[in-house]
Design a protein around this ligand. Structure first.
Ligand code: OOG
Ligand code: MG
Length: 262
């Protein structure tokens, strides 16, 4: 079949509609089983363009499915990237209402603050570390628009990688002060430990994951910009939460961050 611009736009608007109306929809590949991954990234770009038209601003990038735990949980074997907008940024201690979500889950992440533009197709983890000014602990809230949180790789890419909210801790640490692979993480819900992991869970080193995304963007002539925030991917599996829950993520050497849902 032919993926015309009009069809890509239709799919982008379908997913945006699901997000706005907070309802689950059938995955795209049920109707279009041959959706190529590159077309899925085109749809994602159109979806982000719509958000920009409605006043949202792109402030960074997120990686997804970078750890074996997440890949096994979702039944896929490749990493993905999507965009973060200003509308997705929640402040720590500022509770977000549960009714803005469909079926949300929380993930512990490392946020990279990018201090210089970075673009290319041979970018290494060392390049990423060089342009990263600081890192901080973060919590990403994912909320797939698909029924039962089930999808294939092209589905989740088109859906901007399930993104909906994120919170970044307020202690930013110089990146050269950290061994990001050995860094340990503990995620708790309502004071009870839920998952544990380490930086090495993310493609061996979180900066490797970011380098992977920069090279993928490079194939499209895109790159990272100074001032952007990059979430390098969940360090453990995601946990569901409900109204009234709080999620706390502690990362050794980086302090902690809390997300509150009301
Ligand atoms: C896709 C997004 C995964 C991560 O950090 O691995 C993600 C999903 O699991 O719905 O954000
Ligand atoms: Mg994530």
């Amino acid at each position: 079949m032919e993926w015309t611009q009009a069809l890509k736009q239709e799919v982008a608007d379908f997913l945006l509609g699901a997000e706005l109306e907070k309802r689950e929809v059938e995955k795209i590949t049920s109707r279009y089983p041959d959706l190529p991954i590159e077309v899925a990234y085109d749809i994602q770009q159109l979806l982000i363009a719509r958000k920009e038209q409605s006043g949202e601003r792109v402030i960074g990038l997120k990686l997804g499915l970078t750890s074996r735990a997440k890949q096994q949980m979702m039944g896929v074997h490749e990493a993905i990237y999507g965009y973060l907008t200003d509308d997705m940024l929640a402040l720590e201690w500022e509770p977000t209402p549960y009714d803005r979500y469909i079926h949300p889950k929380a993930e512990p992440e490392i946020a990279f603050m990018i201090g210089e533009d970075l673009k290319g197709t041979n970018v290494t983890a060392a390049d990423v570390m060089r342009v990263t000014s600081h890192v901080a602990p973060a919590i990403e809230i994912i909320d797939s628009r698909y029924e039962n949180f089930r999808f294939t790789l092209p589905d989740v890419v088109a859906d901007n990688c399930s993104s909906t909210k994120f919170v970044v801790g307020n202690t930013w640490v110089a990146v050269d002060a950290m061994d990001l692979a050995l860094t340990g993480v503990v995620m708790s819900k309502n004071g009870v430990v839920a998952t544990t992991g380490s930086g090495a869970a993310v493609l061996g080193h979180p900066a490797e994951a970011v380098a992977w995304a920069v090279n993928k963007l490079g194939e499209r002539g895109l790159g990272l910009k100074k001032g952007q925030i990059i979430l390098s991917g969940a360090l453990t599996e995601a946990i569901p939460f409900v109204a009234g829950d709080n999620v706390h993520v502690q990362i050794s050497g980086m302090g902690s961050v809390t997300f509150v849902c009301r």
